[in-house]
Design a protein around this ligand. Sequence first.
Ligand code: GDG
Length: 500
Amino acid sequence: MSSNLVIVYHRQPYEEVEVDGKIEYHENKSPNGIVPTLKSFFGRFEKGAWVAWKHAEDPANPDFERVIEIDDHYGKYTVSRLPLTPEQVTSFYHVSSKEAFWPILHGFKERYNYDPVDWPTFREVNWAFAEAAAAEAAEGAVVWVHDYNLWLVPGYLRTLRPDVKISFFHHTPFPNADIFNVLPWRKEILESLLCCDVVGFHIPRYVNNFVSAARSLLEVDTIKREKVKPEMKAETTALSEQSVVTELEYEGRRLRLQASPVGVDVEYIESVVARPETALRVEKIREELGEGRLILSVGRTDYTKGGIEQLQSFERLLESRPDLRGKVRLMHVSVAANANMTAYEEIQHDLEQLAGQINGRYGSFEWQPVALISRPVAFTDLVAYYRAADVAWITPLADGMNLVCKEFCAARTDEDGVLVLSEFAGAAVELGAIVPTNPFSHKSMDSAIQYALDMPADDRRGRMRANRAMVVKQDIRFWAEDQMQAFNDDVLPDEQAQDT
Ligand code: GDG
């Protein structure tokens, strides 16, 4: 009970590597993504702890210690590892989180699979996370819980430790009541979230959706509503809101709601761009392309990312614009994060089938229109592709934020390159100079990519300058400051502060 900041996140904050028969804890290979960002918060608190899960039956490390001390360049912190059995992992992670919650959060009611969910196991695993966090937290500590697979942790933790400040951040979208209420456990989930001091989302739309779901089932009062900041109000996009609820009251407790878009590490990305080896790599990519142009698409293999719809649009482009045949390539990086899950295997299969069909129909010995990359690419290479691309084509059907589009803008210190972005990515409310597209419409998808490819240089540069300015301003440090402010702001009314 001695940590001032406890981060509760399902993944461990390092990679376990076996060296001479012993397990070592190495920095994550990829410097991007959310884990390094979260670890950087440890430097802002006296003592930090992390709670994650680990396979109980780990052949490489059968007698692992539950709580270990890590000392890396983020400082010293404790990691509590909760041993989950294979049955618990399948039930908690693959079934409840990925087959039931994930489709609902992204608005895919038809993909929702309710029957196999084992709710007692979900509760049991969330309880274990809450207990481990309670054991680590010092008096009055901040406990920062991440994402929907830990939805019940705040409620349990409030019972175990009424003194701590609980903040919860959602990395996904949050749907409105019509969709959220498909979940039979809706009331229990909302009651748990309402035990927080702060609930954070990327954008105002998700905050307001959360409020609509809470108000549909519980007697929740809106205490404060504010106008949306201009930085989060790109004109006429599908996810825009004019005002946002910032404070709620439920059963005598107040909680703050926060719309705080996660940014990217612009400084790091720019440093990769500035390396001579990156410049060489970019030159080589451009050389291989010759006069041709490169469209880049990057995302996990997931139905929410809209990969199939994008390849179909690319096929229609080659069909309708014979002038582009032999002159444009689509590099589609789609890496599976969740192996062995039927829904993802199907997408992978469909992507391969479609890419093969396009290459077969339009390709030649010299020119292959689609390069489908299913293996992870090193981040430094990804930055080189961001830099070499003419167009980044990012078209998720639903996406909490989407960091790829921000990484692309961060890499374009040359102020060139066009960003075609789905209106259904959270980032679209921040980036006002994108070429917006609606991935549910063939017409919109097809015209946006053509518009991007045909865009004159002046327009390209003007748009990139504007998008980059926003990405640079609202970078990862900006998000960190926003989070810190939310941890520090005292939103509790006097009586509540005295009760706790
Ligand atoms: C969730 C929400 C929200 C991708 N391929 C490779 C690779 N990546 C990296 C990208 C980027 C990250 O993965 C993907 O970030 P996204 O934001 O696009 O998507 P999710 O993984 O779905 O993340 C999302 C995010 O949480 C943060 O809150 O934005 O909406 O769904 O950083 O660069 N990295 C490397 N090789 C690859 O092949 N090294």
